[in-house]
Design a protein around this ligand. Sequence first.
Ligand code: NAP
Length: 265
Amino acid sequence: MPPTPDHRPHHDSRAALRYLAAMKTILITGASRGIGRATAILCGQKSWRVGINYSTNHEAAEATAAAVREAGGTAILLPGDVSSESDTAAMFDRLGTPDGVVANAGIVGPKSALADMPIARLRLMFDINILGAYLTAREAARRLSTTRGGRGGSIVLVSSVASRLGSPGEYVDYAGSKGAIDTLTIGLAKELAPEGVRVNAVRPGLIETDIHASGGQPDRAARLGATTPMGRAGHPVEVAAAIIWLLDDAAAYTTGALLDVAGGR
Ligand code: NAP
């Protein structure tokens, strides 16, 4: 009598199934540099598949992709302007339906009083920081919602403590754009909770990235970081760790949260 084939999954295949169940695909906007890059690398450390969106800095995006692969993940470059409806849809199409989406791309302008801000600056700020985040979140809602055929998932919006500080004399346009992100988080979390989608925001404080130099103040994070309760600026990976927690299943009952990662500021 030949032995009866054993169809029970043995230990190796059970481990493989667990691994596949934990595997995630994450789309991160603005992942070529700063907080987005750090988040992509932490996703790589979990062996996740990462869609790396960026605007123009192809070299930086390639460097992020290399770091994600080095960490053990898979990376796909997704160039596109988040304020463009067609670019945003195209990046989701290329990646396939993700499990998590991080709406992180954002800009600041030079230090200025509102009275001196030209309309072109205000339009660009609101186009990228507000419309960009809304379009990213809308695309995610369309694809993740269970009643639309999705598997559910997690959306993390990157706001700023500027939304509650207001950034007077520096950039009230930026602070207001982040206020919109907080409000989007609160509303969308309620809208998508029955759809299996959690929606949360992180609100970073002063973090050492290129964004300060892009606003004409390269020393801003170090200078103002020293005045905060913790006495220092934060590192991008310290924000990324909070984003990863919100993306992952450990945060299964957390939705509508605005999580400050700001050293007590
Ligand atoms: P960063 O180092 O200046 O990086 C910005 C990223 O956004 C880059 O990957 C850039 O792509 C991308 N980007 C800019 N405009 C875009 C567009 N229209 N479409 C797609 N991608 C675009 O910035 P960061 O400091 O990491 O900031 C990330 C987020 O954290 C922002 O939302 C920011 O407001 C928020 N935040 C930062 C701080 C801080 O102190 N750093 C504090 C609070 C909140 P390219 O490389 O192609 O230009």
